[in-house]
Write a protein that binds this ligand. Structure first.
Ligand code: AMP
Length: 418
């Protein structure tokens, strides 16, 4: 957005040490819509891009549209109903089934049909997937390899509120065996544009070992997302989704993230997100050559059908540097040394010849220096002619960055490079 000629001023709430260099950080709670409204009015803000899912599920889009002073501001939503595609797994599964979009077979259970759930699980082939219905910060999915574990988790979720209210309803579904990728569109309620696809790496350890994280790296394009496969994705998944939203009268102007799995050459939906994802965004957006602000304006006017998406043929890879201990306990407030990258001229923008960019995540400015402020601290994206070179470039930049106990995976993209 900062690169757009249409963006005269950029505000970021709450922001971090990286965004402080691109615009003005605003220290507010983004789920406090009254506080967001006050900032929009006092700063004369004309466009609001909502990053995370929580304010969307809480209805920030609807709040803007109902308010006389805010309703003309461009806001990348969906409405709170549209955000249920991410906010409720049961809602998403019903939507998928209703519109005949390929997904795993499932049933939903709560306290009222708990006993039926036990029978269903006992008769279900293994492995079996249990999902807390609501938002559970990425922790609500449990893949069980035996019945004892499945029954125990089922009881913990429904009767003992393991995930609070988010898990009082449980989706029980069949396990899909395949390879995952993510596909992104920007939708305007009638039309959509297809953005580059990505594959992320969720496990903390090299070789995809150890516990899940918010994401340790990503690549784009995805080698197995061939033209033929992507055509199936468009016809069987994306178009029925856009059409389904329209038919169901769901207001949806914003990003849709399709978490897909390729099973025997066929794409199936694992999940929807109502926003872009991190770290996928850090490989998708560097390959998107359009002016992002212009696309948001077209989204607001419902003229995305007139936009031509320009995708860089280069490969992008991003590698996330995390704090030692993450995803368990870790320290915060560790000073980050950027070496020669401290010089703003050190990394030029990504252009037709490629390049690199550092994206901050869990960082903040303290006593005029950047310190860590979260588990996933920053991501370095490299863009180059081959995936191997993009990964090498990202690692080369990472070698210049230091903080105590910094860790990153050295094998992002490993299945696709020699
Ligand atoms: P979700 O929160 O729905 O994205 O699920 C988290 C992860 O669990 C996914 O990225 C998959 O790796 C895995 N997963 C979810 N549902 C299934 C399924 N039906 N079969 C196999 N893996 C699944």
């Amino acid at each position: 957005m900062k690169q757009s000629a249409l963006c005269s001023q950029l505000f970021v709430a709450p922001g971090n040490a990286g965004t402080a260099e691109l615009g003005e950080n605003i220290d507010i709670n983004i789920n406090d819509f009254i506080a967001v409204k006050e900032v929009c009015i006092s700063k004369n803000i004309e466009m609001v891009v909502v990053g995370p899912e929580e304010p969307l599920v809480n209805g920030i889009y609807d709040f803007f549209k109902k308010d006389e002073a805010l309703k003309n501001i461009v806001i990348t939503g969906p409405s709170s109903t549209g955000a249920q595609l991410e906010g409720s797994k049961a809602f998403a599964k019903k939507f998928l089934q209703k519109h005949q979009i390929p997904t795993a077979r499932y049933r939903e259970f709560n306290t009222t049909n708990y006993k039926e759930g036990i029978d269903y699980i006992q008769d279900h082939p293994l492995p079996i997937v249990l999902k807390a219905d609501g938002l559970a910060a990425g922790k609500g999915v449990i893949i069980c390899n035996n019945y004892a574990e499945a029954l125990n988790e089922f009881e913990l979720m429904i009767n003992q509120s393991k995930f609070g209210n988010a898990g009082k309803k449980v989706v029980v579904e069949e396990f899909l065996d395949g390879i995952e990728l993510s596909v992104f569109v920007l939708a305007d309620g009638k039309n959509y544009v297809l953005l580059p696809e990505a594959k992320d790496y969720k496990k903390i350890g090299e070789g995809d070992k150890g516990p899940n994280t918010g994401g340790m790296g990503a690549i784009s394009p995805v080698p197995f997302a061939t033209e033929h496969f992507m055509q199936k994705v468009v016809e069987r998944i994306i178009e029925p989704t856009i059409q389904g939203l329209q038919n169901d009268g769901i207001d949806y102007k914003g990003f849709i993230f399709f978490g897909l799995i390729k099973v025997n050459e066929e794409p199936m939906v694992i999940e929807y997100n109502c926003r872009m994802g991190d770290p996928e965004t850090e490989v998708v957006l560097p390959r998107l050559k359009n002016d992002l602000v212009e696309l948001f304006i077209a989204m607001d006017r419902q003229t995305l059908d007139q936009e031509e998406i320009i995708i860089d043929a280069n490969n992008a890879a991003t590698i996330v540097a995390v704090s030692g201990g993450y995803p368990g306990e870790y320290e915060k407030g560790l000073p980050i040394d950027f070496g020669y990258l401290e010089n703003p001229e050190a990394i030029k923008h990504i252009d037709a010849d490629g390049g690199a960019m550092v994206f901050h995540a869990g960082t903040k400015v303290q006593n005029e220096e950047a310190v860590t402020n979260g588990g996933r601290v920053l991501a370095v994206s490299g863009v180059a002619g081959t995936l191997g070179d993009a990964i090498e470039l990202s690692k080369f930049i990472l070698e210049e960055i230091h903080f105590d106990k910094m860790y990153y995976r050295g094998d992002i993209g490993y299945e696709f490079v020699d």
